[in-house]
Design a protein around this ligand. Structure first.
Ligand code: GCW
Length: 710
C-alpha cells in the first residue's frame, strides 16, 4: 500500500530522479521512469491491458499498471477489446484466441509478440493465471533492465516445484538468526489486523517465483498448531493466495503430547497418528490450500521419532499420511548431529539418513543444507546429495547471513550457491550436479524444491541492508532455475535496484561478485570453518574450546596445534571423504592436490606445508586473512566512486555498512591471526603486523545483545 502511494508521489515529482530519497522499501520493484526516448518505444507496445478477472489475474493487471505506470510514466488502461499495442493476458480458461502451447506448465508462461484479431499485440499467456502473473513480472523486468520488448518469444517455467522461504520467526516476534528487525508476522494482532505490508511481501516474492512461506521457526512451538494460531496463519494465507504463495508451518513433533495430552508422540502409536490426522483435517478446514509441514526432528534438542527409537522415515511418513488426503507435503530436515556421538559432525547426517533411502513417502522431501556442517562461508557440497537416489531431496540455503557478517557485511551469496549447485556428485557419472539432483532430473523425481532461510524482517528495507535484498532476489532466481548464473542475477538485480547507468552497473556487479570470497578470506580462509564466537555467532572466536558439546567449539573445527591446522577427513582421520563418490572425493584425497579453498576442511597439515604460491601454509594464512581486509577496503573505495550516481539515502546506508565491515574484517583478521600465532608460534611474514592485542583481551569481548540469537 505504502509503496503504491510512494510511487504515485514519485511520479508527480519525477523531475527529481537520482536525488529522490529512497529507503529501500521498493526492493527491485522500484519502477522508476525509463529515459524518455526509450519509454516512447515501450509505450507503443503497452497501450492497454486486456484480461479477464480472477484474484490472480487482478494482481497481474494491477502490477502491470503500477509497473508500467512508473516505468513509462503513464499506466495503460484495462480493456476488453484487443487493439494495437495491447498486452493480452491469456489463460487456458480465457485464451483470447491465442494458441497456448500444449503442456505449458501450470506455473509456466509464454510472452509473445504476435497478431490477434489483426492487431499487433503482446500476449502474456500462462498455464494458469499464476503463470500469467509470473509472465507479467518477467515482462516488467525486461523494461526495468532496458531490454527490448519488440519481437518477443519467451517461454519459461520453474524447474522446481517448491520454492519456499523458511521464516525462523518466533511467536513473540523474535527472528532466530534475523538481522532485519523483528518478525513481519504480527501474531499478537492477527487475524484482526492484517498488515498491508503483506501484500508487498507477496508481490516481491511472486516477482521472483517464490511460491511458499513457512511462517514459523523450525525450532517450533506447538502453539502454532492451535486453532487461534491457525486462524492467524489463515489470515496471512488469504493475502498470499492470489500471488500463488502457499503457507506452511513448522510442526513440533511432540505436539500430540504438548497439545493433545497424549503420553507419547511415537509415530507408530495409532493414537498419535490419529491425533495428527485430526490436526491435519482441522488445518485444512481453516486453510484449504495449506502447503504442509516443515520438521526439524532430533536436532539441537528438538523432539523427534528418534525419541522412540524410530527412524526419520517413520516420523516423516506418519505426518505425510495425515496430509496426503489434502494434497499436503512434508519437508523433513536432514540437519542432525548429536553431542552423544563422537563421530565427525560432518558425517552424522549422512550416517543417519542414507540408510533410509527409499523409505520416505512420495509426499515427503528430505531437506538438506548445502554443506554438511552449517551454512559456513564455504563448505563442500553435502555428501547426501545424490546419495539417496530413491528419495526426493530438496536444497536448504540460508539467505540470512548468520555466518557471513549479519546484515552489516556486504556478501552476495549467489556465487556460493552456484558453486554448490554446479558441484558434481558423480552419482550417475560425470555431470551429476547437485542442481540435477534437486531438480529431479538425475533420478527421475517429480516433486522437487528449494528452501531459503529468509532474511526478512520489519526493517523498512526488509532485509536489514540494501545489498541483502540481492540475496533474497537471487534465492528466488535459483529456486526457479538452479542452473542460473550468479553474475547474470547480479546484473539484473543491480539494474532493477540501483540503476541502468552503465557506470553503476559495471561498478556494482563486480563488487558483488567478489564480496563473498572476501568474507571467506577474512573469516575462514583455506577451508577453515565455524570460527565464529559461540551462540550469537558474531565475530571471531577461534579460541573457544571449553564448551560442553565438543562440536560447539571452534577449536573442534580448526584443530590447530603447534604442529599444524585443519580437520583430517581422509582415511587417516574421520574419513568423511568416504561419504562422497570416489570420483567426487578424488580431487580432495591428497593435501598436495586439493583445491586450496577446501584444504583445511579435509586435511590437517603442518604449518610449513608448501602452498601453490610457494609460501608455507602459515604465511599463506596471514596473507589471505590480510587480503580479505584489503578486499573490503577496496569495496569501500569503489562504493565511494558512486556518490552522486545513486540516491543519497541508500548511498549513505551502504557506505556506513562498508565502514562497519572494514572494521570488523580487520578484527576478524587480527583476532584469528593472533590466536593462531599463539598456537603456531611462528613469526609473521615480512611486512605484516598485528595490533598487539592479546587473545585474552579478544576473548573478553562479549556481546550479550547481538541480534538474532538462537
Ligand atoms: O545454523 C544453526 C543455527 C540455529 C538453527 C539451526 C538449524 C533454527 O545456529 O539457530 O536453528 O542451525 O538450522 O536448525
Amino acid at each position: 500500500m505504502l509503496r503504491r502511494l510512494l510511487i504515485a508521489f514519485c511520479l508527480l515529482f519525477s523531475a527529481a530522479t537520482a536525488a529522490n530519497a529512497e529507503d529501500g522499501y521498493d526492493l527491485w520493484l522500484r519502477y522508476k521512469p525509463v529515459e524518455a526516448s526509450q519509454g516512447a518505444d515501450y509505450k507503443t507496445r503497452a497501450t492497454a491491458i486486456v484480461t479477464g478477472s480472477t484474484p490472480t489475474l487482478d494482481v497481474a493487471k494491477r502490477e502491470l499498471q503500477r509497473g508500467l505506470g512508473g516505468l513509462l510514466a503513464a499506466a495503460p488502461m484495462t480493456s476488453n477489446t484487443i487493439a494495437d499495442g495491447a498486452i493480452v493476458l491469456a489463460t487456458p480458461a480465457d485464451s483470447r484466441g491465442f494458441a497456448i502451447p500444449v503442456g505449458l506448465d501450470r506455473e509456466g508462461f509464454v510472452i509473445r509478440s504476435t497478431t490477434l484479431d489483426g492487431h499487433p499485440v503482446t500476449v502474456i499467456a500462462g498455464g494458469s493465471d499464476i503463470g500469467v502473473l509470473y509472465g507479467a513480472f518477467r515482462y516488467l523486468s525486461l523494461i526495468q533492465t532496458q531490454k527490448s520488448t519488440a519481437g518477443l518469444d519467451i517461454q519459461d517455467a520453474p524447474k522446481l516445484d517448491l520454492r519456499v522461504l523458511d521464516h525462523w520467526d518466533n511467536l513473540d516476534g523474535h527472528v532466530e538468526r534475523g538481522y532485519a528487525g523483528t518478525s513481519l508476522w504480527d501474531w499478537w494482532r492477527l487475524p484482526d489486523r492484517v498488515d498491508a505490508r503483506y501484500d508487498d511481501y507477496a508481490a516481491a516474492n511472486a516477482s521472483i517465483g517464490i511460491n511458499g512461506a513457512v511462517l514459523n521457526n523450525v525450532n517450533a512451538k506447538a502453539d502454532s498448531l492451535t486453532e487461534p494460531y491457525l486462524r492467524k496463519a489463515a489470515a496471512i494465507a488469504n493475502v498470499l493466495r492470489p500471488y500463488g504463495i502457499k503457507v506452511y508451518l513448522s510442526a513440533r513433533f511432540s505436539a500430540p503430547i504438548d497439545l493433545g495430552g497424549l503420553k507419547t508422540a511415537d509415530p507408530e502409536d495409532p493414537d498419535v497418528a490419529a491425533w495428527w490426522q485430526a490436526k491435519a483435517d482441522e488445518i485444512y478446514t481453516i486453510i484449504p490450500d495449506f502447503g504442509g509441514f516443515l520438521v526439524k526432528a532430533n536436532s539441537e534438542g528438538q523432539p523427534g521419532p528418534g525419541d522412540y527409537k524410530r527412524t526419520h522415515a517413520q516420523g516423516a511418513n506418519m505426518l505425510a499420511k495425515a496430509l496426503k488426503p489434502h494434497g499436503g507435503i512434508v519437508m523433513w530436515r536432514a540437519f542432525v548431529y548429536s553431542e552423544h556421538d563422537a563421530t565427525d559432525r560432518a558425517k552424522q547426517a549422512y550416517l543417519e539418513f542414507q540408510p533410509t533411502d527409499g523409505q520416505f513417502a512420495d509426499n515427503v522431501l528430505v531437506q538438506i543444507k548445502n554443506g554438511a556442517i552449517d551454512f559456513q562461508p564455504r563448505e563442500p557440497f553435502h555428501p547426501l546429495f545424490g546419495a539417496m537416489p530413491r528419495t526426493q531431496q530438496m536444497m536448504e540455503f540460508q539467505i540470512t547471513k548468520e555466518y557471513l557478517g549479519f546484515s552489516t557485511h556486504l556478501a552476495y551469496l549467489a556465487p556460493m550457491w552456484e558453486e554448490v549447485l554446479q558441484a558434481d556428485t558423480f552419482a550417475k557419472g560425470k555431470g551429476s550436479t547437485v542442481a540435477k539432483v534437486i531438480d529431479g532430473s538425475l533420478d527421475g523425481h517429480t516433486l522437487t524444491g528449494m528452501a531459503g532461510v529468509a532474511n526478512i524482517g520489519d526493517d523498512r528495507n526488509w532485509s536489514g541492508s540494501d545489498f541483502d535484498q540481492a540475496n533474497w532476489y537471487a534465492f528466488g532466481r535459483f529456486a526457479w532455475n538452479p542452473d542460473t548464473k550468479s553474475a547474470e542475477i547480479a546484473e539484473d538485480w543491480t539494474r532493477m535496484t540501483w540503476s541502468n547507468d552503465p557506470k553503476v552497473v559495471s561498478t556494482i556487479v563486480p563488487m558483488m561478485m567478489g564480496s563473498r570470497e572476501a568474507v571467506v578470506h577474512y573469516m575462514t580462509p583455506l577451508g577453515l570453518a565455524h570460527l565464529m564466537d559461540t551462540g550469537h555467532h558474531y565475530g571471531p572466536g577461534p579460541w573457544v574450546s571449553e564448551l560442553g558439546r565438543p562440536e560447539w567449539n571452534p577449536a573442534y573445527y580448526h584443530k590447530a596445534d603447534l604442529n599444524g591446522i585443519g580437520f583430517d577427513r581422509t582415511k587417516t582421520g574421520s574419513n568423511a571423504l568416504g561419504q562422497y563418490t570416489p570420483q567426487a572425493a578424488k580431487p580432495w584425497l591428497e593435501a598436495k592436490k586439493t583445491d586450496e579453498r577446501f584444504l583445511l576442511w579435509f586435511h590437517h597439515v603442518p604449518w610449513d606445508f608448501k602452498m601453490k604460491s610457494g609460501r608455507p601454509l602459515w604465511d599463506e594464512l596471514v596473507v589471505t586473512y590480510s587480503q580479505g581486509v584489503d578486499e573490503v577496503s577496496a569495496m569501500r573505495k569503489t562504493w565511494a566512486t558512486l556518490e552522486g550516481d545513486i540516491d543519497s539515502e541508500r548511498f549513505n546506508a551502504v557506505a556506513a555498512n562498508l565502514a562497519i565491515q572494514e572494521r570488523e574484517a580487520q578484527w576478524w583478521r587480527d583476532a584469528c591471526l593472533t590466536y593462531f600465532q599463539s598456537v603456531s608460534k611462528r613469526p609473521l611474514p615480512a611486512g605484516y603486523t598485528l595490533p598487539g592485542i592479546t587473545v585474552e583481551q579478544y576473548r573478553k569481548r562479549v556481546f550479550p545483545y547481538a541480534p538474532g540469537r538462537g
